[in-house]
Design a protein around this ligand. Structure first.
Ligand code: ADP
Ligand code: MG
Length: 395
């Protein structure tokens, strides 16, 4: 795979795929510009190298239609405040007007294309559309890790129609960290898995079974595993149709000799509600009218102990309903344990990242992935369509 340093960008037209899918408020103002800022090192580097920079992103889900509220106009405005160069917003991503703009692009200007997802061909990974995106383009740079698990035209097909493709700084950093956990984890390697669904995370669990020394389970997911062992979990969230699968996974944990731990105590309440009265329970059956909403203090202690000795940690999925203070303690304490360990620590997943920021320990985590789905899929499949596309072009 090529990286930015491997190419000479001077005078080249470079198509940079970024993830500017920022949250907007009702008036269309950007609520959080983290994603724009995250792509700046790559954009600035390319400009310093005297490349002509053409930026493309998706925003929201316009579902293949031109919908003004999904225009990149606010992004264009914000970007122009963050870089000294003039930002020109193209009226579309393809077409005569865009080609003209690509041709006349000068130094000290960047061209921001409109929302890629105004065209249904984008998510269809359509090769004709990709070819049009690649018109007047020399090199392609992917700096949008958050979409690397999607085989979309601006992520995969486009690499067929440019001279060279490379990974941007953000994508490189993600690959570097996630690869460490996958291919050369320092031992002991501890994985923490939580969140709601087992079904979302089956391939991740399967991969971790082979690699991790310990897997610590929390969140609602734990109750599907408990139920698979015949325990009465009250009204806790259970994926009834995944109970057999959970049983199979439990059997595999014994074959793989991984230390697979489920919570030893629980914070239960009648509802996942701020007003609900919490109760700590350390044996089954759980009260029939209550649901498990966080891991209990004994579990926190046990998991923290294991995390203190870990040398590599991968975490996905909150330990409880962290959005509600009453049920956020387990997640917060585990975040602190991860932060305090000497391990290389990686957090993946949208809610998991939010939980770590909320816990105030994000500075002490080695890497918080910018791609929720992408990081999980990378851990599960050891590669991603967007990364494959960069590599194939290399061969
Ligand atoms: P990520 O986005 O990091 O991959 P998930 O989306 O899988 O994480 O899970 C996050 C959600 O899981 C949170 O909204 C949280 O409230 C919920 N959750 C965690 N534990 C429980 C539980 N015991 N019962 C119900 N919901 C839970
Ligand atoms: Mg989530």
């Amino acid at each position: 795979m090529l990286f930015l340093q491997n190419l000479d960008f001077e005078g080249k037209n470079v198509f940079v795929r970024v993830d500017f899918n920022v949250p907007l408020d009702e008036e269309g103002n950007i609520r959080d510009d983290t994603r724009i800022k995250a792509a700046l090192p790559t954009i600035k580097y390319l400009l310093e190298q005297k490349a002509k920079v053409i930026i493309a992103s998706h925003l929201g889900r316009p579902k293949g239609k031109f919908i003004p509220e999904f225009s990149l106009k606010p992004v264009s405005k914000r970007l122009s405040e963050l870089i000294p160069q003039e930002v020109i917003l193209a009226p579309d991503v393809i077409g005569d007007e865009v080609i003209k703009l690509k041709k006349v692009l000068k130094e000290n200007q960047v061209l921001l294309l409109e929302n890629l997802r105004f065209h249904p061909e984008e998510t269809a990974n359509d090769s004709t559309f990709a070819q049009l995106l690649a018109q007047e383009i020399d090199y392609y740079v992917n700096d949008a890790f958050g979409v690397c698990h999607r085989a979309h035209a601006s992520v995969v097909a486009i690499t067929q129609y440019v001279k060279k493709s490379a990974a941007g700084f953000l994508v490189k950093k993600e690959i570097d960290y996630l690869s460490k956990a996958l291919h050369s984890p320092q031992k002991p390697y501890t994985a923490i898995l939580g969140g709601v669904k087992v079904s979302d995370k089956i391939p991740v669990i399967e991969n971790l079974l082979k690699k991790a020394d310990a897997i610590l389970i929390g969140g609602a997911m734990a109750y599907t595993f408990f139920k698979a062992q015949g325990f009465d979990v009250g009204r806790s969230l259970v994926e009834e149709d995944k109970i057999d699968l959970a049983r199979l996974l439990l059997n595999r944990t014994r074959e793989e000799k991984v230390n697979f731990l489920l919570p030893s105590d629980h914070i239960v309440a009648a509802e996942a509600d701020p007003g609900a009265e919490p109760k700590t329970v350390d044996s089954f059956p759980l009260p029939p009218d209550m649901m498990g909403l966080d891991i209990g203090p004994k579990t926190v202690e046990k998991y923290s102990d294991i995390l203190a000795r870990a040398r590599t940690i991968f975490w996905n999925g909150p330990m409880g309903v962290f959005e509600i203070d009453t049920f956020s303690r387990g997640t917060k304490k585990i975040a602190e344990a991860v932060a305090n360990s000497e391990a290389l620590s990686i957090v993946g997943g949208g809610d998991s990242a939010a939980a770590v920021y909320k816990s105030g320990v994000s500075d002490k985590i080695s890497h918080i992935s910018t791609g929720g789905g992408a990081s999980l899929e990378f851990i599960a499949n050891e590669t991603l369509p967007g990364i494959e596309a960069l590599t194939e072009k290399e061969k």
